[in-house]
Design a protein around this ligand. Structure first.
Ligand code: AP5
Length: 213
């Protein structure tokens, strides 16, 4: 099973990708998580990408393409979250997967309006250790500030400030949303309403994938 989970910032990609990963027992590959890990380790790559990420700008395509190629080399199944985000990335992904003989099965597009995105991102918290996403109101941890999964500390992302969120939404519309046509033409796009409870949306995604565990 090779899935891309697609949608604007805050659509619930990470939340649903984690559930799909547990359900199907396949890796969740989030380019945002990979980049944040590099930043927190203070690597050379982390230092390069920090300025882009804090402002909500896209990191250059060649960096992402190289990261994803390396990460996918040894995986036959995966859920890709946050990549591709530009036509150049989609072309690169197509090329690498066809070289590897493992084409995508489905692209799930989570559709959420701008007002809801701002509500979700302003209340989002994430675990510093394992990246599990929470929301102070819609999906709170059992103990405030503490991750249910690993006990790690919860924090608010630097790019969840209002200015960065508005920039991310604008960039999504300009550079990323055109990919919907790209995957529609390939016949593998499935649109899912991203409003509703996390469990309702998950169940609709499973129906769209059409494969029960
Ligand atoms: P990335 O980490 O991918 O951020 P994003 O796409 O902006 O998406 P988010 O992680 O903000 O949202 P999400 O859709 O995963 O929502 P979540 O499940 O957390 O990328 C960050 C940055 O990295 C980019 O800006 C860029 O700089 C760089 N980058 C990454 N990939 C790149 C690429 N390919 N090319 C170039 N640059 C790249 O949910 C959000 C909140 O809502 C949470 O609090 C959650 O609990 C809550 N929630 C979820 N579902 C529901 C629901 N149904 N109802 C109520 N609340 C909900």
């Amino acid at each position: 099973m090779r899935i891309v989970i697609f949608g604007p910032p805050g659509a619930g990609k990470g939340t649903q990708a984690k559930k799909l990963s547990e359900y199907f027992g396949i890796p969740h590959i989030s380019t945002g998580d990979i980049l944040r890990e590099e930043m927190s380790k203070g690597t050379e790559l982390g230092n390069v990408v920090e300025g882009y990420m804090e402002k909500g700008e896209l990191v250059p395509d060649h960096i992402l393409n190289a990261i994803v190629r390396k990460r996918l080399e040894n995986e036959s199944s995966f859920i890709l979250d946050g990549y591709p985000r530009t036509i150049a990335q989609a072309d690169a992904l197509d090329e690498m997967l066809s070289e590897m003989g493992k084409p995508l099965d489905i692209v799930i597009d989570l559709e959420v309006d701008d007002e809801e995105i701002v509500r979700r991102l302003s209340g989002r918290r994430a675990c510093r250790k394992c990246g599990t996403p929470y929301h102070v109101e819609f999906n709170p941890p059992k103990v405030p500030g503490v991750c249910d999964v690993c006990g790690g500390e919860l924090y608010q992302r630097e790019d969840d400030t209002e200015e960065a969120v508005l920039n991310r939404i604008a960039i999504y519309k300009r550079k990323t949303r055109p990919l919907l046509d790209y995957y529609e033409r390939k016949g593998i796009l499935r649109k899912i309403n991203g409003s509703g409870t996390i469990d309702e949306i998950f169940s609709n995604i499973i129906k769209a994938i059409g494969v029960e565990k």
